[in-house]
Design a protein around this ligand. Structure first.
Ligand code: KIV
Ligand code: ZN
Length: 388
């Protein structure tokens, strides 16, 4: 039986770009959008067209450029927003309007100074209005993570009746636990009449470091779209990281879920977004961090040199990293030193290795990391009869 497809909705250019310091100009956004299309994302959220003339222009240009993916623009549940988004998306092959409103009691009382019935009516009106311009309308129930499930189900049912094709269930504040978020999706799947006419979507923020886990819990419980960003950038602690959810589904075939992503482009795409946004990727970031495929302790290095699978669950080539690395530090063992020495041209006997290793430890205690040029020096000053 074939795997169920999970749609990848990339919001690097909207939720990701709204972060201070990540601002891009239209040219930069076009380069990223084109790469996202090549990567195989299903939807590119290109921006929030009413927010500024620059963002409108970017969405319009991206809509003209993108060949395969659906191009989406964000709006509030406000007619003017929807009209402007529709205009910006005019040239898209596959346009989508992403409209919505806060549904948690906190949003309803504090932000809108309103009540549940009024919010439900505004949600329906926004979807109906967006449907006048495009067929594909996604509805977001902002702060769904903290919205009462019964009320959320009523909102979902009403917006499906109004024509929504996708229901976004954002954990806007990154508050949910994976079980809770998964149970929310299951509840909606089981209690919303007409749910089969729409796709449930996960949009998780990372305030407690749970965005990826929550999105995976969402798809396990019936969602079929994940909203995410390259490198997990986004408001505050960020959004779900695209590369993480894609590789989790790939590495766990029992989930029976997959995406259209060409994973071999992940590393390059991460680098490109990080450079264009001036936003460094933390070295220990899963999948795309510089240490993600670097082995540094002696025990791990010995295992990996004997067989990669002992400590590597992903073949680095699968995500576009040429090979994993054996980093030499004072915590490395003889196996790692022999391996790296061989790579730079020295085949050491056991006796030579013992001697070189003692010399190596003296160097390594002084220096954080031993590079190839240090290896030459270490071997040649070890009195094992090797000189250049
Ligand atoms: O986090 C959120 O709720 C959002 C919505 C605007 C979709 O980004
Ligand atoms: Zn968000």
């Amino acid at each position: 039986m074939g795997k169920d497809k999970v749609h990848i909705f990339d919001t690097t250019l909207r939720d990701g770009e709204q972060v201070p310091g990540c601002k891009l100009d239209t040219e930069q956004k076009l380069v990223i959008a084109s790469r996202l299309d090549e990567l195989g994302v299903d939807v590119i959220e290109a921006g929030f067209p009413i927010s500024s003339p620059g963002d409108f222009q970017s969405v319009e240009e991206i809509a003209k450029l993108v060949k395969n993916a659906t191009v989406c623009g964000l709006t509030r549940s406000v007619e003017k927003d929807i009209e402007v988004a529709a205009q910006a998306l005019k040239y898209a092959k596959r346009p989508r309007i992403h409209t919505g409103i806060g549904t948690s009691d906190s949003h309803i009382t504090h932000k809108f100074k309103s009540n549940r019935e009024d919010i439900l009516e505004r949600a329906v009106a926004a979807v109906k209005y967006a449907k006048k311009f495009v067929e594909d309308v996604e509805f977001y129930a902002e702060d769904a993570g903290r919205t009462d499930n019964e009320y959320l189900a009523r909102v979902c049912e009403a917006v499906i009746k109004a024509g929504a094709t996708v229901l976004n269930i954002p954990d806007t504040t990154g508050y949910c636990l994976p079980e809770e978020y998964g149970a929310k999706m299951k509840y909606l799947k089981e209690n919303v009449t007409g749910i089969d006419k729409a796709i449930l979507s996960c949009h998780c923020h990372n305030d407690l470091g749970l965005a990826t886990a929550n999105s995976i819990a969402g798809v396990i419980n019936g969602a079929r779209q994940i909203e995410c960003t390259i490198n997990g950038i986004g408001e505050r602690a960020g959004n779900t990281s695209l590369e993480e959810v894609v590789m989790i589904m790939r590495q766990h075939p029992n989930l029976n879920l997959d995406t259209n992503i060409n994973s071999k482009l992940l590393y390059d795409t991460s680098l490109m977004v990080s450079q264009k946004m001036g936003m460094p990727v933390q070295p220990n970031k899963a999948i795309v961090g510089t240490n993600a495929f670097a082995h540094s302790s002696g025990i791990h290095q010995d295992g990996v040199i004997k067989n990669r699978e002992t400590y590597e669950i992903i073949d680095p080539a699968e995500v576009g990293v040429s090979e994993s690395s054996i980093v030499l530090t004072a915590r490395s063992g003889r196996a790692a030193l022999a391996y790296r020495a061989k790579n730079v041209g020295y085949e050491l006997t056991k006796l030579q290795l013992d001697k070189v290793y003692q010399n190596f430890l003296k160097y390594a205690d002084r220096k954080k990391e031993i590079e190839d040029n240090d290896i030459h020096e270490i071997i040649e000053t070890s009195e094992v009869g090797i000189k250049s």
